[in-house]
Design a protein around this ligand. Structure first.
Ligand SMILES: Cc1cc2nc3c(=O)[nH]c(=O)nc-3n(C[C@H](O)[C@H](O)[C@H](O)COP(=O)(O)OP(=O)(O)OC[C@H]3O[C@@H](n4cnc5c(N)ncnc54)[C@H](O)[C@@H]3O)c2cc1C
Length: 473
């Protein structure tokens, strides 16, 4: 059966399109943290949309599971096959053409395998902005971003990936191609099908192309690192900065003091950004369509008022692009900086913005009570109510013994999140990591509708089985 699959696909696509050697397959089958490792009959790398459709038709006819993969940076195991070795891993990496840049209409149309950073660079060359930005942008691909509805640091101003999409092209499980590559800003002709596939984590079809919104590039930007006493002050500061800057406030990220300690200890070239130590830090960014002077004025006005109101202990405004980039490198480097500190128990949660500070108080107290000495490092997109609630092991503790608390700590933090009306997966998705948690938190009617859609679009269940929803076969 597996040999037949490999033989037939090789005949269809040529042997250059298939990887069957286990060593060569390894980078596709190991998730970067090695938390998920799978097996595949073959890694298949189509070069054209038509080849994607033919592979899916073959898989559907023969009952072969298909696991789509972009940059393999997903954090919930959605892109990793199971251990059976029956699936084919469908890599979109070779489908990497920028199809069109339409500066007048503000639309860029790309293949699904275009790396996010390449997309940003293409927009930049056309003097436009593609605002999706996240730590994995050098590796993740737009098809993966769409399939996980990725968030990142630009959500406050520009929304999630879903908000940046005008149209999609999708290969369906039976091999048909849906060409929904619209450039329209308005189109009310029935169900908006693109939203079914955005955030579906490859369980309904394979995204092969997308038309995406471009924005004018800000003419001036200012970034500040701000020392504060608590997330409660951070929330007040957030309100104040929104009042002063309105939509020009394009990022508002929070991190605790221990994050700065980890960064200065574990990341090359990082210095403490402020002179004294502060319990919490905010990284805020103002982007102005008018110019540098306007961005500077808005930031200065925000800082003056917040100092007067006693919200801020200290602040430094980046004096150069290098310094601003360093602040962002610190923010993006936080997951890496945690690694040398031992085991880390992670939660990607969101709560209503106004509840973030109360949530943090409660969740921090809960995990410290569970594992005395553990080191909470909650950081992230306060402006979106999305906190990466990571907890590092106590100093010198046994890593495995600490990680044995993973499930119970997740349960405790998720229970607090749910009580605040929050989500147990703010931006990373469900994949295999949170699949069995979903029935406990999702409305039963919503779950039943999801199952109906899955069965209607993928009746043979070949698309990424066992991800998001339990395999019903
Ligand atoms: C350092 C780091 C920082 C990160 N920061 C953020 C962040 O700030 N915000 C955030 O949201 N995420 C973040 N992530 C998670 C990850 O980068 C995103 O989920 C990203 O969108 C995944 O893109 P990818 O191309 O790597 O997809 P993959 O990991 O390859 O796949 C992810 C899912 O999408 C499916 N898929 C991939 N391509 C397609 C396709 N063409 N058609 C159908 N299904 C497909 C896969 O089957 C899988 O279920 C981060 C990850 C890392 C490693």
């Amino acid at each position: 059966m597996l040999a037949d699959t490999v033989r037939d696909l090789t005949q269809m696509l040529g042997d250059q399109a298939l990887i069957t050697d286990p060593d060569d397959q390894a980078p596709f089958l190991h998730e970067w943290r090695d938390r998920y490792v799978g097996k595949a009959a073959a890694v298949v790398q189509p070069r054209t949309v038509d080849e994607v459709c033919r592979v899916l038709r073959f898989a559907n006819d023969n009952g072969v599971p298909v696991v789509p993969q972009g940059g393999n940076t997903g954090l919930v195991g959605g892109q990793t096959p199971d251990q059976s070795g029956n699936a084919i891993l469908l890599s979109l990496a070779r489908l990497n053409r920028v199809r069109e840049v339409d500066t007048v209409g503000g639309v860029i149309t790309v293949d699904a395998g275009v790396v996010l950073q390449t997309l940003q660079d293409e927009a930049d060359k056309a003097d436009r902005l593609f605002p999706l930005s996240l730590g994995a942008e050098g590796s993740c691909m737009i098809g993966g971003n769409l399939s996980t509805n990725a968030g990142g640091t630009g959500v406050l101003a520009y929304g999630n990936t879903r908000d940046l999409v005008l149209g999609l092209e999708v290969a369906l499980p039976d091999g048909r191609l849906w060409n929904g590559l619209s450039k329209l800003r308005k189109d009310n002709t029935g169900y908006d099908l693109k939203h079914l596939f955005i955030g579906a984590e490859g369980t309904l079809g394979v995204i092969t192309g997308a038309s995406l919104k471009l924005f004018p590039k800000p003419k001036g930007m200012r970034t500040a690192m701000i020392g504060i006493t608590s997330p409660h002050e951070a929330l007040k500061l957030f309100s104040l900065m929104q009042e002063v800057a309105g939509p020009a406030l394009t990022a508002f990220e929070i991190m605790p003091r221990i994050a700065i300690d980890f960064l200065t200890r574990n990341m090359d070239g990082v210095r403490d950004p402020l002179e004294g130590e502060h319990a919490w830090y905010v990284l805020a960014e103002i982007s102005s369509g008018r110019g540098e002077g306007d961005a500077e004025a808005l930031l200065m006005q925000s800082m003056e008022t917040s100092f007067e109101d006693g919200l801020v202990e200290d602040a430094v405004i980046a004096q150069s692009l290098d310094q601003a980039n360093m602040f962002w490198a610190m923010r993006h480097g936080l997951s890496e900086a945690q690694k040398p500190e031992g085991g880390s128990i992670k939660h990607d949660v969101s709560v209503p913005v106004a509840a973030v500070a109360d949530f943090l108080d409660e969740a921090i107290a809960a995990v410290v009570e569970m594992v005395p000495g553990c080191r909470p490092v909650p950081f992230g997109h306060l402006g979106d109510g999305n906190i990466h609630f990571n907890v590092s092991q106590p100093e010198g503790a046994d890593r495995a013994a600490f990680l044995a608390n993973y499930e119970t700590m997740n349960e405790r933090v998720h229970a607090i999140t749910t009580r605040y009306g929050g989500s147990i997966s703010a931006e990373h998705g469900i994949g295999q990591a949170k699949r069995d948690l979903l029935p406990g938190v999702k409305d039963a009617v919503a779950l039943a509708l999801m199952r109906t859609l899955k069965d209607a679009i993928d009746p043979k269940g070949i698309m990424n089985p066992g991800k998001v929803l339990a395999d019903s076969r």
